[in-house]
Design a protein around this ligand. Structure first.
Ligand code: CDP
Length: 262
C-alpha cells in the first residue's frame, strides 16, 4: 500500500539481502497481466494488472465530436480521460478530476497520438477512458500501455502499439519499474513511453536528481524493460483471437456432432 505521509516513509528502500522492499531485483518488473476485449459496450477495451495497479481502458471512435466546437475540419482528435477511483489510493481521492488527472490525461494523449492516423478522420474524435481501480506507482505508464491495447482492440488503424514504464533511482541505485513507495521516497523517477514503429520515446518525464551518465543508463534500462512489456501486449492481443478461434472450432465440432445425430 502506498504511504502518503512523508514521516511514514521507510528509511531504507532496500532490504538487508539487497532486494527491494517488495522482493524484486534492481531491474525486475512487477508481475504484469493484460487482457483485451473486457468491456462489451466499448468499441475496444483492455485491462491491466501491473503489480498492485489495476486499470481499465475503454475506447470509442471514430465518432462525432461532442462538444462540436472541438472538431477539426482537417483531422480527427484524440481525447484521453485518465481518472482515479476514489478508492484506488490509501487516502480517499476526491471524485472530481483534479489537476494531476488532467495533466496525466494530456500526457497519455501525447504519447498515443503519434501512432494514430488522425489525418484520415477529419471532424471525428477518438476517446479513451481510463479508470484506475487500484494504484501503486506508475499508473500513467500502465495506463498508456493498456490504452494502446484498447485502441488496437477497437480495430483502429495504428502505426504500432505504445508501451510505457518508469525507471529511476532509489538509495543511490538505478531501478526499473518504481512501486508507489519507491516513487514517493526515491531520488528520481523517469516515466518513459516508446512508439515501436520508429523506436522513439514519445514520453520522457523526469522528476528528481541524477547524473547524465545515470540518465543515459536509465534510458537503456527502460528500453530493455519496454521490450519485455511490448511482448506481453502482443501476447494479450493474440490471445483474444486464439480464444475466438477455439470457440469457433468448438462450436463447429458441436454443430457437426448434432448433424451426425440427426
Ligand atoms: O501513478 P504515477 O506514478 O504515474 O503518478 P504519480 O503522480 O507519480 O503518483 C504515484 C503514486 O502515488 C500513484 O500511483 C498512487 O499510488 C499514489 N497516489 C496517491 O496515493 N494519491 C493520489 N491522489 C495520487 C497518487
Amino acid at each position: 500500500m502506498t504511504l502518503l505521509i512523508k514521516d511514514e516513509y521507510p528509511e531504507k528502500l532496500f532490504r538487508e539481502d539487497g532486494k527491494r522492499l517488495d522482493g524484486r531485483d534492481l531491474f525486475e518488473l512487477r508481475p504484469i497481466k493484460m487482457e483485451v476485449g473486457v468491456i462489451d459496450n466499448a468499441d475496444g477495451s483492455a485491462y491491466i494488472e501491473w503489480g498492485n495497479n489495476k486499470i481499465y481502458a475503454a475506447v470509442y471512435g471514430p465518432r462525432e465530436v461532442h462538444p462540436h466546437h472541438l472538431a477539426k475540419p482537417d483531422r480527427g482528435i484524440l481525447r484521453v480521460f485518465y481518472r482515479m477511483s476514489t478508492f484506488s489510493v490509501f487516502e480517499r481521492k476526491r471524485p472530481a478530476p483534479g489537476r494531476r488527472e488532467k495533466e496525466i490525461s494530456m500526457i497519455i494523449g501525447e504519447c498515443l497520438e503519434p501512432v494514430l492516423f488522425l489525418e484520415l478522420y477529419p471532424g471525428t474524435s477518438f476517446e479513451v477512458f481510463i479508470q484506475v481501480i487500484d494504484a501503486d506507482g506508475g499508473t500513467r505508464c500502465a495506463s498508456t500501455t493498456v490504452a494502446s491495447l484498447a485502441l488496437a482492440d477497437a480495430g483502429i488503424p495504428m502505426r504500432s502499439l505504445v508501451t510505457a514504464v518508469a525507471v529511476g533511482k532509489i538509495d543511490g541505485k538505478l531501478i526499473v519499474d518504481l512501486s508507489g513507495i519507491e516513487d514517493k521516497a526515491g531520488e528520481a523517477d523517469l516515466p518513459c513511453a516508446m512508439t515501436w514503429f520508429n523506436n522513439e520515446f514519445s514520453l520522457l518525464q523526469f522528476d528528481g536528481d541524477m547524473t547524465l551518465e545515470e540518465y543515459n543508463e536509465c534510458l537503456d534500462l527502460a528500453t530493455e524493460a519496454l521490450k519485455k512489456i511490448y511482448d506481453l501486449q502482443k501476447d494479450a492481443l493474440k490471445r483474444k483471437y486464439i480464444d475466438i478461434q477455439e470457440r469457433i472450432s468448438q462450436q463447429n465440432e458441436k454443430n457437426n456432432q448434432e448433424r451426425g445425430e440427426e
